[in-house]
Design a protein around this ligand. Sequence first.
Ligand code: M6R
Length: 609
Amino acid sequence: MCGIVGYVGHRNSADVLVNALTRLEYRGYDSAGIAVFENDKISVAKSKGKLKDLVDKMDREGKPQGISGIGHTRWATHGEPSDINSHPHSGAKVTLVHNGIIENYKELKEFLEKQGRSFLSDTDTEVVAQLLDYYYSHIKEPVKAIIETTQELKGSFALGIVFEDFPNKVFAVRRESPLIIGIGKDENFIASDVPAIIQYTKDYYLLEHDEIAVLEQKRVRIFDIHYQPVKKELKTADWDVDAVGKGGYPHYMIKEINEQPTAIKNTVLPRIKDGVPCLDECNINPEVLKNIKNIYIVACGSAMHSGMVGKYVIEEIARTAVTVDIASEFRYRNPIVGKGDLIIIVSQSGETADSLAAMRLAKQKGAKTLAIVNAMGSTIAREADMLIYTHAGPEISVASTKAYMVQLSVMYLFAFELAFAKGQIDEEKYRYLTSKLLETPEMVEKVIEHTTEISQKISTKLLTADSLLYIGRGLDYALSMEGSLKLKEISYIHSESYAAGELKHGTISLITKGMPVIAVATQSSIYEKTVSNIKEVKARGAKVIMICREGNDVPKDIADYVLKIPNFEEILLPMLVCVPLQLIAYYTAVQRGNDVDQPRNLAKSVTVE
Ligand code: M6R
């Protein structure tokens, strides 16, 4: 999704803006631009393509010089990626960048056209620029003009704004789309996310809905929608610039895969007290847990897949019904939820538009909401009734790995505490399961070490495949979903995940000679059943890659490759098995020469529907 930055300070602002935008590249984008105050005039440079294209253009045509400005990476929504549609967009006196979607831009455009205004681009953003310019031309006061404008807007927006009449001031406002205000020494920033500014400052304010910030070199003022000053709590990021670098790895994705043991420790250890999970600080205690009737886990993509694992685990050990829902479906199907139900929203970014809307809907219907979120201070984190932060640190690669892993670890913490509170497991089992969870960082480390080479080898066999299947049963099926998503999003090879027992109801007709099938078979109670399904695909010519456990009796000739995972507590195996699935996807994408960290068409933080 689009990234916004802004700067007022003592440095060359074009350099600061480009640096900061580089840190937001992970969000996904297809064009970039900046606007800088140069000799009290606003100078704009923008270009379709990557930031490098913008930098090359500025090298050719001249880089705007000045100490303040705004910048943007655009993920196209209204109008194709092009120089013209790139941000910033301008009116006569106003230039701005925007993240979000203006739902009523057509009506506003018609109104402005009637006022004699014309437009260069296809974007909703240019409509905002012209509307603000229109109000500013009447009101002549920037904050009041911003307030007037935002009252007309429907939809989501974070805006970075400069007014030609106010050199070296940057204005910002937001509704729904995130925006932070970075506070430095004699320099201040705006940004969509903390990584953008972490090399300059760790201190920041979170801008709330409809708040307006006015940044100057030595001060920042924040106002509410009634133009009243607002006092904010200064936050400090608890990680530094190394956390947002590649740390010697060729890609963020492989760095983040390797960070998983640490991420699990950081997430789980603080929640263990006297040898068992304690989620009191998250407002979750045995009393709350005992009263839960039904659980819904609602999320998107990998976060939803962590919920699939959560469903199997919670139902198995806490004997509580769990429904997993895709957030974009949940929000529009008038779900039957209410008092007594718990809605668990899982999100790395905490800003995913569909997940946020689903959570708000659940609250409206009287259900309790629990957010499992990685990004501190994000909207989902702030609006949920109960909150468990995962501590994966910043996840930069679009393909989620460590965030998914720690979501799994929280599913276990929650399931164990729920099972004990509901009297489904005794204290001995409770302590035993917790102790096993505490062993997972070490086990994951081992699995990374032991499966890297074979995953690499397996990936060479997938490179030319047109399509492949992931199959499994139970927890293995939940994992297959994630394995399949990981592969398709970064390697661009089509794949599907299927419940192994469901194949013969249609999908098995797709199997032709040489088609790769990745079969996950780690659960002992259903191992033989999955083996039978593997035999069925093998008999039809599939090239089978089987993932099972050390010590499993693998019948001769059913698999072309066997990848074995160390024996471990069965219910916790998903935390180990997801590692080779991530590695297979990673090495396949690398060998196909793809942009692993920023796959085509995708964005890290999906803040629009
Ligand atoms: O920030 P969120 O966890 O809410 O994001 C949800 C999905 O967009 C995300 O998991 C997506 O599927 C990833 N690209 C998967 O690797």
